[in-house]
Write a protein that binds this ligand. Structure first.
Ligand code: HEC
Ligand code: HEC
Ligand code: HEC
Ligand code: HEC
Ligand code: HEC
Ligand code: HEC
Ligand code: HEC
Ligand code: HEC
Ligand code: HEC
Ligand code: HEC
Length: 300
């Protein structure tokens, strides 16, 4: 045991020397040393320790970047390491989420993605980091499931239903990352919090939409004022029963604001030119605004 820990200490200093010289410390001999901070645990948890070495945390510990050994999340575990009694161990999956979050945030409060964690909807609802992440069994980004959607759907079933609506953003089929599955929840949300509402990872909903629908941002000669105000006035974000993610179908969509004029109001006859086909859009197709000098009523 003594010999062992001397070897560990020595390899520790070689690591530091290696870093100082700018050399990646790999050539220790046949056997790679365990990550720093795993010594106490690996005698009984060899498999966990070995698997841990290939995760981002394990690598950080190995190179001594932030010393993220077992004890950084499990505490010193003196009693447990002595007794080997399960009841003495600190298992974050079974602990008070707030306490676990504190541990994680000791290192991650400076991670850019977590800048707005405090006060966010998930933080306020006492979600632990381990509600979505698994440090040992995790997939990409240490997520509990192979993609973020599967993680989110464990709680947000209503959004899952929207994926199967008549029109929707292409998020449904994760096995097809170039087609139906090319978007994920993280395309629009930061689950750790954001500077705007609903965890939207942009300054506003419209700024988020413009990231991909850039053409809708261009200044126009004749603007349709609700468009610049909020895309969600007419569109659903996830899915809708109407074409083009519309929350309500024209003419009713348009009539919710335009009831003053002659041809806009009243109960439209089903065969009326104002109701059939594309309804109001038969004559006002430029619903997001027009750049034509003669487009003040969005007709061209
Ligand atoms: C003397 C052997 C021994 C040592 C040393 C040891 N453990 Fe354990 N540990 C065990 C045993 C046995 C279990 C129960 C395993 C089981 O039930 O599958 C366990 C379980 C655990 C659990 C799960 C507890 C639970 O409630 O699910 C954690 C977490 C844990 N150990 C962490 C550590 C950490 C961190 C270290 C090093 C600081 C460590 N152990 C060192 C023997 C040991
Ligand atoms: C970055 C934080 C972190 C580090 C570092 C860490 N663990 Fe864990 N550990 C967790 C979390 C969180 C869980 C709860 C289950 C999960 O998320 O996978 C856990 C669970 C466990 C368990 C319970 C069995 C299981 O797999 O669920 C054991 C045993 C364990 N850790 C041992 C270790 C050992 C040994 C090391 C060092 C080689 C280590 N842990 C390093 C966070 C950490
Ligand atoms: C001792 C510091 C430390 C602690 C404590 C810590 N982490 Fe980390 N974590 C790191 C470092 C360092 C990285 C690697 C950063 C990088 O490569 O950019 C990392 C990376 C991650 C990643 C990204 C993994 C990837 O594949 O990109 C996740 C997710 C993560 N940590 C979650 C957690 C969770 C959850 C906890 C608490 C259970 C936790 N961390 C505790 C230091 C820590
Ligand atoms: C509601 C689910 C959820 C919770 C709760 C959560 N995360 Fe995450 N986390 C994610 C998802 C999803 C990603 C991947 C985001 C992506 O792909 O852009 C991620 C990514 C990360 C990353 C990698 C960031 C990067 O830029 O690569 C770190 C680090 C991280 N999480 C740490 C934490 C910590 C620490 C906590 C607790 C304070 C936490 N997470 C809580 C879902 C969650
Ligand atoms: C463990 C359950 C759980 C998981 C997993 C989870 N959430 Fe949540 N989420 C909640 C709770 C609780 C709330 C707050 C109450 C509510 O609005 O339903 C919430 C709220 C939200 C909100 C609304 C925020 C607001 O300000 O009103 C968004 C957006 C969201 N979650 C996105 C996600 C995404 C994206 C994921 C996957 C990366 C995810 N959630 C995973 C439980 C969860
Ligand atoms: C195209 C961008 C976009 C994508 C992709 C997206 N969302 Fe949203 N999400 C939004 C917007 C915008 C809102 C705000 C809606 C509102 O205020 O009416 C929202 C609201 C939410 C809410 C709170 C309101 C509600 O409907 O419960 C949850 C939860 C949520 N999203 C979860 C998810 C999940 C889970 C995914 C992945 C399956 C996802 N979102 C993908 C843009 C998006
Ligand atoms: C990450 C990129 C991305 C973001 C952000 C985004 N979209 Fe999309 N949007 C797409 C893609 C991809 C399609 C599908 C285009 C296709 O199938 O040709 C689409 C399609 C649409 C459609 C047409 C749907 C249909 O049934 O034809 C509407 C409407 C739409 N988005 C509105 C929005 C709104 C509103 C926002 C902001 C809340 C937004 N989008 C944010 C990528 C994005
Ligand atoms: C006043 C209601 C209204 C507002 C506000 C609105 N849209 Fe639309 N949008 C529509 C209608 C109606 C259609 C269907 C047009 C058609 O079928 O020709 C549509 C279609 C779309 C389409 C698919 C067809 C195309 O033009 O590319 C996208 C993408 C889109 N809108 C994005 C947005 C974005 C992004 C915003 C916010 C900047 C926004 N919309 C604001 C009413 C609106
Ligand atoms: C959220 C309210 C709202 C909705 C929904 C809405 N509009 Fe508008 N619309 C406005 C406002 C406000 C103006 C600017 C009126 C003004 O400047 O007097 C406008 C202007 C117009 C104009 C230009 C006429 C003018 O006087 O400048 C036309 C045409 C028009 N809208 C058609 C439509 C059509 C077609 C729809 C349905 C696809 C629709 N609108 C949906 C609020 C709305
Ligand atoms: C058959 C073509 C046609 C259809 C269908 C149509 N409009 Fe118009 N609309 C026009 C013309 C042409 C003008 C400009 C001349 C005028 O003021 O009558 C106009 C003007 C407008 C204006 C500007 C204010 C005003 O009253 O002059 C608004 C707002 C408007 N329409 C909304 C709508 C809405 C809402 C619908 C659907 C219920 C609709 N339109 C359907 C042709 C049409």
């Amino acid at each position: 045991m003594n010999v062992m820990s001397t070897r560990m200490r020595m390899s520790g200093s070689i690591v530091i020397l290696g870093l100082a010289l700018g050399v990646v410390p790999v050539a220790f001999g046949a056997e790679a040393p365990a990550a720093a901070g795993t010594e106490k645990c690996q005698s009984c948890h060899a498999d966990v320790a070995k698997a841990f070495g290939s995760t981002k945390h394990g690598k950080a510990a190995y190179y001594g970047v932030q010393g993220a050994g077992c004890v950084s999340c499990h505490g010193e575990s003196e009693k447990h390491a002595g007794s080997g009694d399960k009841a003495d161990a600190f298992n974050p999956a079974k602990a008070d989420p707030e306490k676990v979050n504190e541990t994680c945030l000791e290192c991650h409060s400076k991670t850019k993605a977590l800048m707005f964690w405090n006060g966010s909807a998930h933080s306020n609802n006492e979600l632990g980091c381990v509600a979505c992440h698994s440090v040992h069994g995790g997939k990409d980004k240490l997520l509990k499931a192979a993609d973020d959607k599967a993680v989110c759907f464990t709680c947000h079933k209503n959004v899952r239903a929207a994926m199967f609506a008549r029109s929707k953003h292409p998020m449904r089929d994760s096995s097809n990352p170039k087609g139906e599955g090319k978007m994920t929840c993280a395309s629009c949300h930061n689950p750790h919090g954001s500077e705007s509402e609903k965890l939207i990872s942009a300054k506003s909903v419209n700024d988020k939409c413009y990231e991909c629908h850039t053409e809708k941002k261009a200044p126009l000669l004749w603007e349709h004022s609700p468009v610049k105000e909020d895309c969600l006035t007419c569109h659903a974000a996830h899915g809708a029963a109407n074409d083009k993610l519309l929350t309500v179908r024209p003419p009713r969509l348009c009539q919710s604001c335009h009831m003053q004029g002659r041809h806009q109001s009243g109960t439209l006859d089903v065969n009326s030119v104002y109701a059939i086909g594309r309804s109001c859009l038969n004559c006002h197709p430029m619903v997001h605004g027009s750049n034509s000098p003669s487009g003040p009523v969005l007709q061209r």
